[in-house]
Design a binder for this molecule. Sequence first.
Ligand code: NAP
Length: 321
Amino acid sequence: MFDMTNINVNSSSSESRHVKTLILGSGPAGLAAALYAARADLEPLVLTGTELGGQAALTFAIENYPGFPEGVGGAELGDLFQKQAERFGARVEFDSAYSADLSSRPFKVTADSGDFQADSLIIATGASPIHLNIPGETQQTGKGVSYCATCDGWFFKDKKVVVVGGGDSALEEGLFLTRYASSVTIFHRRDSLRAGAVLQKRALAHPKMKFVWNTVLTEVVGDEKVEAVKTKNLQTGEESVFPTDGLFIFIGHTPNTKMFEGQLEMENGYIKVDERMNTSVEGVYAAGEAADSHFRQVVTSAGMGAAAAIEVTHFLERETA
Ligand code: NAP
């Protein structure tokens, strides 16, 4: 898990705090932005959000971030990002923003700890997992339904689990679950996978992994814990009950941008940015999965965060010139 010992917890204050650069989110985009902003003497403040290190910190092993030929743990990488940013003066506080007023400068942001006035703002609030929205799913979340294999896989030692999805996440997390579970059955709504070739090859060849094609889940069954899932074959219409101890859902993500609705231009909930990470409001930048529905990699998010901070530097220089 992400190392909490280095995180400052801001005590509640009624006073509005003024900052040159406020960064929302502590995933790769937010912490890379903090590193660059700190090195430019912008004294950035990062409000971590509830997921320290972002989604990357929930990933067991990241094998495609350059510079780590043997791979690196997601939480460990987040911790390294943070230490590097702090070395140059960035402040990281465990706090979550829940509303913003971007109509004038300084921008006003309200967080759990109080209000902030920011000369510039970098939004790196990331994305959250999409739910299936089937009966039983919400009730059984935490009792066998999960959206994070790294967090919950351990609970399924020698048990049967079901995974939903056909993308990189479903296969990567499914492969991770084979460390614990006795079997991992992937239910996919089509008969071909969306995931990349390397993951497909590994997953299809894994002795613990099974695939059920053209099939969706219609209900999670169980009282105190998950006991089975109801399924429907989309080609034959046949309905079945599949016994399982756990259900892991990896069907994509939705960006955490609700508080900016009506204030920033968006497309399908993703904040629109140009090639320099400018949003539709001057002085507000966005980076990572809050603004990227396409690449969604640790390295691309970190790159966007760095670019946003470089642009903030130019913006604040122009403002004070
Ligand atoms: P994704 O690529 O959007 O895949 C979502 C999967 O869920 C698809 O197979 C989709 O089916 C299925 N799905 C969507 N809604 C569904 C529903 N209501 N019921 C059943 N199935 C449903 O999402 P992702 O796997 O989270 O990946 C997101 C991005 O992150 C991708 O760009 C991916 O390459 C990247 N990523 C990369 C890595 C890596 O490089 N190691 C790891 C994880 C993620 P269809 O295929 O039929 O649409």
